[in-house]
Design a protein around this ligand. Sequence first.
Ligand code: FE
Length: 261
Amino acid sequence: MRREPIVLFDNGAHQCLMFDDLVSGDGVQSNQFLIIDHDEQLLLDPGGDLTYTPLSLELSKFISVQDLTYIFASHQDPDIIASLDKWLLHTRAKVICSKLWARFLPHLTANYLAISHGISTYDRIIALPDRGQSIPLGKCQLKAVPAHFLHSVGNFQIYDPLSKILFSGDMGASLVEDATPVADFAAHLPHMEGFHKRYMASNKICRLWAAMVRQMDVEMIVPQHGRPFVGQEMISAFLYWIENLECGLDLMGPQDYQLPR
Ligand code: FE
Protein backbone atom coordinates (compact mmCIF):
# COMPACT_ATOMS: atom_id res chain seq x y z
CA MET A 1 0.00 0.00 0.00
CA ARG A 2 1.49 3.28 -1.08
CA ARG A 3 1.78 6.05 1.47
CA GLU A 4 0.31 9.50 1.02
CA PRO A 5 2.88 12.10 -0.05
CA ILE A 6 4.54 14.11 2.70
CA VAL A 7 3.11 17.64 2.83
CA LEU A 8 6.12 19.94 3.33
CA PHE A 9 4.04 23.12 3.05
CA ASP A 10 0.40 24.00 2.46
CA ASN A 11 -1.31 27.37 2.86
CA GLY A 12 -4.24 26.54 0.60
CA ALA A 13 -3.02 28.31 -2.53
CA HIS A 14 0.57 27.04 -2.38
CA GLN A 15 1.64 23.49 -1.66
CA CYS A 16 4.88 21.50 -1.65
CA LEU A 17 4.44 17.72 -1.76
CA MET A 18 7.14 15.10 -1.41
CA PHE A 19 6.80 11.56 -2.77
CA ASP A 20 9.35 9.38 -1.02
CA ASP A 21 8.42 5.75 -1.63
CA LEU A 22 7.88 5.38 -5.36
CA VAL A 23 11.18 3.70 -6.27
CA SER A 24 11.14 -0.05 -5.84
CA GLY A 25 13.64 -2.72 -6.73
CA ASP A 26 17.26 -1.93 -7.57
CA GLY A 27 17.03 1.86 -7.76
CA VAL A 28 18.40 4.06 -5.00
CA GLN A 29 15.68 5.63 -2.83
CA SER A 30 14.71 9.01 -4.23
CA ASN A 31 12.27 11.79 -3.47
CA GLN A 32 10.14 13.51 -6.09
CA PHE A 33 8.52 16.88 -5.45
CA LEU A 34 5.47 18.72 -6.71
CA ILE A 35 5.13 22.46 -6.12
CA ILE A 36 1.64 23.86 -6.74
CA ASP A 37 0.76 27.55 -6.79
CA HIS A 38 -2.83 28.42 -7.71
CA ASP A 39 -3.44 26.68 -11.05
CA GLU A 40 0.18 25.98 -12.03
CA GLN A 41 2.53 23.19 -10.98
CA LEU A 42 6.20 22.32 -11.16
CA LEU A 43 7.40 18.74 -10.87
CA LEU A 44 10.98 18.41 -9.68
CA ASP A 45 13.37 15.68 -10.81
CA PRO A 46 10.69 13.13 -11.77
CA GLY A 47 13.20 10.31 -12.32
CA GLY A 48 13.35 7.48 -14.79
CA ASP A 49 11.29 4.51 -15.87
CA LEU A 50 11.22 3.16 -12.32
CA THR A 51 9.16 6.11 -11.13
CA TYR A 52 7.16 7.19 -14.17
CA THR A 53 4.04 5.04 -13.69
CA PRO A 54 3.68 5.26 -9.89
CA LEU A 55 4.48 8.99 -9.91
CA SER A 56 2.00 9.89 -12.63
CA LEU A 57 -0.68 7.87 -10.82
CA GLU A 58 0.03 9.67 -7.54
CA LEU A 59 0.08 13.07 -9.24
CA SER A 60 -3.30 12.43 -10.81
CA LYS A 61 -4.81 12.47 -7.31
CA PHE A 62 -3.78 16.12 -6.98
CA ILE A 63 -3.61 17.65 -10.45
CA SER A 64 -4.58 17.10 -14.04
CA VAL A 65 -1.31 15.48 -15.13
CA GLN A 66 -1.65 16.42 -18.79
CA ASP A 67 -1.88 20.09 -17.80
CA LEU A 68 1.34 20.01 -15.74
CA THR A 69 3.11 23.37 -16.25
CA TYR A 70 6.80 22.55 -15.74
CA ILE A 71 9.21 19.74 -15.18
CA PHE A 72 12.44 20.86 -13.58
CA ALA A 73 15.59 18.77 -14.08
CA SER A 74 18.33 19.71 -11.62
CA HIS A 75 20.82 17.90 -13.85
CA GLN A 76 21.01 15.24 -16.54
CA ASP A 77 21.23 11.93 -14.64
CA PRO A 78 18.98 8.86 -15.12
CA ASP A 79 17.36 9.18 -11.68
CA ILE A 80 16.48 12.78 -12.57
CA ILE A 81 15.01 12.88 -16.04
CA ALA A 82 15.35 9.53 -17.86
CA SER A 83 11.56 9.29 -18.30
CA LEU A 84 11.54 12.55 -20.28
CA ASP A 85 9.92 11.07 -23.38
CA LYS A 86 6.88 9.85 -21.42
CA TRP A 87 6.41 13.23 -19.72
CA LEU A 88 6.70 15.05 -23.05
CA LEU A 89 4.15 12.74 -24.62
CA HIS A 90 1.59 12.64 -21.81
CA THR A 91 1.78 16.22 -20.52
CA ARG A 92 2.09 19.73 -21.94
CA ALA A 93 4.90 20.58 -19.52
CA LYS A 94 7.91 22.66 -20.44
CA VAL A 95 11.17 21.16 -19.25
CA ILE A 96 13.56 23.47 -17.37
CA CYS A 97 17.23 22.53 -17.21
CA SER A 98 20.74 23.96 -17.51
CA LYS A 99 21.65 25.26 -20.96
CA LEU A 100 24.53 22.80 -20.78
CA TRP A 101 22.08 19.89 -21.03
CA ALA A 102 19.46 21.40 -23.33
CA ARG A 103 21.17 20.03 -26.44
CA PHE A 104 21.71 16.60 -24.89
CA LEU A 105 18.24 15.91 -23.53
CA PRO A 106 16.82 15.09 -26.98
CA HIS A 107 18.98 11.93 -26.76
CA LEU A 108 16.58 10.72 -24.06
CA THR A 109 13.58 10.99 -26.33
CA ALA A 110 12.90 8.47 -29.05
CA ASN A 111 12.32 9.49 -32.63
CA TYR A 112 8.70 8.35 -32.38
CA LEU A 113 7.88 11.53 -30.48
CA ALA A 114 8.75 13.68 -33.45
CA ILE A 115 7.60 11.27 -36.17
CA SER A 116 4.28 10.05 -34.74
CA HIS A 117 3.37 12.87 -32.41
CA GLY A 118 5.00 15.98 -33.90
CA ILE A 119 6.72 16.76 -30.59
CA SER A 120 10.03 18.58 -30.79
CA THR A 121 11.96 17.95 -27.58
CA TYR A 122 14.10 21.03 -28.05
CA ASP A 123 11.06 23.31 -28.40
CA ARG A 124 9.76 22.13 -25.02
CA ILE A 125 13.00 22.94 -23.15
CA ILE A 126 13.65 26.14 -21.19
CA ALA A 127 17.46 26.41 -20.97
CA LEU A 128 18.74 28.09 -17.80
CA PRO A 129 21.74 30.45 -17.97
CA ASP A 130 24.60 29.62 -15.59
CA ARG A 131 23.54 32.18 -12.99
CA GLY A 132 19.98 30.90 -12.84
CA GLN A 133 16.72 32.84 -13.04
CA SER A 134 13.25 33.30 -11.58
CA ILE A 135 10.55 30.88 -12.65
CA PRO A 136 7.03 32.32 -12.46
CA LEU A 137 4.62 29.71 -11.07
CA GLY A 138 1.01 30.75 -10.48
CA LYS A 139 1.32 33.93 -8.45
CA CYS A 140 4.77 33.19 -7.02
CA GLN A 141 8.33 33.31 -8.28
CA LEU A 142 10.48 30.25 -7.72
CA LYS A 143 14.23 30.66 -8.05
CA ALA A 144 16.50 28.36 -10.04
CA VAL A 145 19.65 28.63 -7.92
CA PRO A 146 23.15 27.74 -9.21
CA ALA A 147 24.64 24.54 -7.79
CA HIS A 148 27.17 23.78 -10.52
CA PHE A 149 29.63 20.95 -9.82
CA LEU A 150 27.37 19.78 -6.95
CA HIS A 151 27.60 17.31 -8.51
CA SER A 152 26.93 17.90 -12.20
CA VAL A 153 28.82 20.57 -14.16
CA GLY A 154 25.49 22.21 -15.02
CA ASN A 155 23.40 21.86 -11.86
CA PHE A 156 20.51 23.85 -10.39
CA GLN A 157 18.40 23.75 -7.27
CA ILE A 158 14.95 25.21 -6.67
CA TYR A 159 14.39 27.72 -3.90
CA ASP A 160 10.78 28.43 -3.00
CA PRO A 161 10.59 31.82 -1.21
CA LEU A 162 7.04 31.16 0.01
CA SER A 163 7.68 27.89 1.84
CA LYS A 164 11.36 28.80 2.42
CA ILE A 165 12.33 25.36 1.20
CA LEU A 166 15.55 24.80 -0.71
CA PHE A 167 15.16 21.70 -2.88
CA SER A 168 18.85 20.86 -2.87
CA GLY A 169 19.11 17.94 -5.28
CA ASP A 170 22.19 15.88 -4.44
CA MET A 171 23.47 18.35 -1.82
CA GLY A 172 22.69 16.83 1.54
CA ALA A 173 21.58 13.57 -0.04
CA SER A 174 21.80 10.47 2.11
CA LEU A 175 21.59 6.84 1.13
CA VAL A 176 18.91 5.71 3.55
CA GLU A 177 15.38 4.36 3.20
CA ASP A 178 13.98 7.13 5.33
CA ALA A 179 12.61 10.59 4.57
CA THR A 180 11.97 11.86 8.09
CA PRO A 181 13.91 15.00 9.12
CA VAL A 182 17.43 14.44 10.44
CA ALA A 183 17.33 14.45 14.24
CA ASP A 184 20.93 13.54 15.16
CA PHE A 185 23.43 15.12 12.77
CA ALA A 186 26.49 13.14 13.95
CA ALA A 187 24.64 9.85 13.63
CA HIS A 188 23.45 10.85 10.13
CA LEU A 189 26.94 11.75 8.82
CA PRO A 190 28.06 8.24 7.82
CA HIS A 191 25.09 8.09 5.40
CA MET A 192 26.26 11.22 3.56
CA GLU A 193 30.02 11.32 3.84
CA GLY A 194 31.22 8.88 1.17
CA PHE A 195 28.74 10.19 -1.38
CA HIS A 196 29.68 13.86 -0.91
CA LYS A 197 33.42 13.14 -0.89
CA ARG A 198 33.27 11.39 -4.26
CA TYR A 199 30.42 13.17 -6.08
CA MET A 200 30.97 16.81 -5.10
CA ALA A 201 33.65 18.56 -7.13
CA SER A 202 35.70 20.47 -4.55
CA ASN A 203 35.73 22.28 -1.25
CA LYS A 204 35.85 25.65 -3.06
CA ILE A 205 32.48 24.93 -4.68
CA CYS A 206 30.98 23.72 -1.39
CA ARG A 207 32.05 26.97 0.29
CA LEU A 208 30.64 29.14 -2.51
CA TRP A 209 27.35 27.29 -2.29
CA ALA A 210 27.16 27.43 1.53
CA ALA A 211 27.89 31.19 1.48
CA MET A 212 25.01 31.69 -0.96
CA VAL A 213 22.62 29.61 1.15
CA ARG A 214 23.55 31.57 4.29
CA GLN A 215 22.30 34.72 2.50
CA MET A 216 18.95 33.08 1.82
CA ASP A 217 15.96 32.70 4.14
CA VAL A 218 15.82 28.89 4.36
CA GLU A 219 13.76 26.86 6.81
CA MET A 220 14.23 23.46 5.18
CA ILE A 221 16.89 21.87 2.97
CA VAL A 222 15.29 18.92 1.22
CA PRO A 223 17.54 16.69 -0.90
CA GLN A 224 16.51 14.30 -3.65
CA HIS A 225 17.66 11.22 -1.73
CA GLY A 226 17.11 10.52 1.94
CA ARG A 227 16.35 12.81 4.83
CA PRO A 228 15.72 16.60 4.95
CA PHE A 229 17.31 19.16 7.28
CA VAL A 230 14.65 21.17 9.09
CA GLY A 231 15.22 24.24 11.28
CA GLN A 232 18.21 26.51 11.84
CA GLU A 233 20.18 24.11 14.03
CA MET A 234 20.24 21.28 11.48
CA ILE A 235 20.71 23.63 8.50
CA SER A 236 23.69 25.29 10.22
CA ALA A 237 25.17 21.91 11.08
CA PHE A 238 24.94 20.83 7.46
CA LEU A 239 26.35 24.09 6.06
CA TYR A 240 29.27 24.02 8.53
CA TRP A 241 30.04 20.40 7.67
CA ILE A 242 29.88 20.87 3.90
CA GLU A 243 31.99 24.04 3.84
CA ASN A 244 34.73 22.21 5.73
CA LEU A 245 34.55 19.03 3.67
CA GLU A 246 37.43 18.08 1.40
CA CYS A 247 35.97 16.32 -1.61
CA GLY A 248 36.36 15.57 -5.29
CA LEU A 249 39.45 17.29 -6.71
CA ASP A 250 40.81 17.97 -3.21
CA LEU A 251 41.25 14.25 -2.62
CA MET A 252 42.43 13.14 -6.06
CA GLY A 253 46.10 12.43 -6.66
CA PRO A 254 48.46 10.53 -8.95
CA GLN A 255 47.50 7.28 -7.20
CA ASP A 256 43.99 7.67 -8.63
CA TYR A 257 45.25 8.06 -12.19
CA GLN A 258 47.15 4.87 -12.92
CA LEU A 259 46.73 2.43 -15.74
CA PRO A 260 44.77 -0.48 -14.19
CA ARG A 261 46.73 -3.73 -14.01
FE1 FE B 1 23.18 12.87 -10.30
